[in-house]
Design a protein. Structure first.
Length: 291
């Protein structure tokens, strides 16, 4: 892998994203794909996905179950499914490995393969080149973008979900484990959109509310023509500024678009919002990126 240049880092600050082709080897990508297959093979479907919908009250309990499952996933390895892949009894309508939407949010802490990738020397070197003094890893996800059903991700900024004071302290590392193309749902960005702050936040709802999180503010309307696609080959890395606006389309193709992604926060002089859905726990304080 070629070293990142100062010019590329300037480009990142200008655009809010940076594409680094061939950052990881094909072998590293395949090791992550093999490992995720093992994790899926041992997967137990969460009980809240197996509840039968019958009464209104049970539906609320189901929603509460899934919200607790999500809210407490920050320090665990948990499974999230595409819509319509389970019947009302919680049985799979399609093979289970084709039904998972993502696995999160602590692969980087609990799985040796993903931990090694997250803290790999080249990632640490990149952090240092970017001037990160005390970077910590806040979350990680394996995203499948399943063929034909991998849902669209509407335009958003990562800082909506991972809020810090001041802003500008969140950085996403997005690793293509297969070629990401316009057909199978590559990322699209609005260059330079990371300089206007954020207008929407996802916060923990007051206890007793029917949902576990709520949105404060709203996402502005973006025009399609503002976005540029960033197809990238297997092994490529996209660096994503916490405030840059990006999206991905539905995967209507016959090939999946597997990705491993994790988020890092510059902890020096930064406050992590107590209102974020994701919170460090005594079992898993945010680990340092540098080892």
């Amino acid at each position: 892998m070629a070293s990142v240049t100062q010019h590329q880092i300037q480009q990142f600050h200008k655009d809010g994203f940076l594409v680094l082709e061939q950052f990881f080897s094909a072998e590293e990508c395949d090791s992550m794909r093999t490992q995720i297959q093992k994790i899926i093979a041992g997967m137990e479907v969460p009980p809240h996905c197996r509840t039968e919908f019958s009464t209104r009250q049970e539906e609320q309990l189901q929603a509460q179950g899934s919200s607790d499952y999500f809210l407490t996933s920050g320090d665990k390895i948990r499974f999230f499914f595409e819509k319509g892949v389970l019947d009302e009894k919680g049985n799979f309508l399609i093979p289970k490995e084709k039904s998972v939407s993502k696995i999160g949010h602590a692969l980087h802490a609990h799985d040796p393969v993903f931990k090694q990738i997250t803290h790999s020397p080249k990632v640490q070197e990149l952090g240092r080149k970017l001037g990160l003094e005390r970077p910590v890893v806040v979350q990680s996800m394996y995203i499948f973008k399943q063929p034909g059903i991998g849902g669209e991700v509407t335009p958003h900024q990562d800082a909506t979900f991972l809020h810090t004071e001041p802003l500008g302290r969140i950085l996403g590392f997005w690793i293509a484990l297969e070629d990401a193309t316009q057909e199978n749902g590559c990322l699209w960005f609005i260059p330079g959109s990371h300089t206007n702050g954020i207008t929407r936040r996802m916060v923990r709802a007051a206890s007793g509310a029917s949902t576990c999180v709520e949105f404060v503010g709203s996402e502005p309307a973006y025009e399609d023509k503002q976005f540029i696609p960033l197809p990238i080959r297997k092994g490529g890395l996209i660096l994503i500024h916490g405030e840059v606006v990006h999206k991905s389309e539905l995967n209507s193709s016959e090939s999946s678009r597997h990705v491993f992604t994790f988020h890092v926060m510059e902890a020096k002089g930064t406050t992590w919002s107590k209102e974020n859905w994701l919170q460090p726990t005594p079992e898993l304080p945010f680990p340092s990126l540098y080892t």
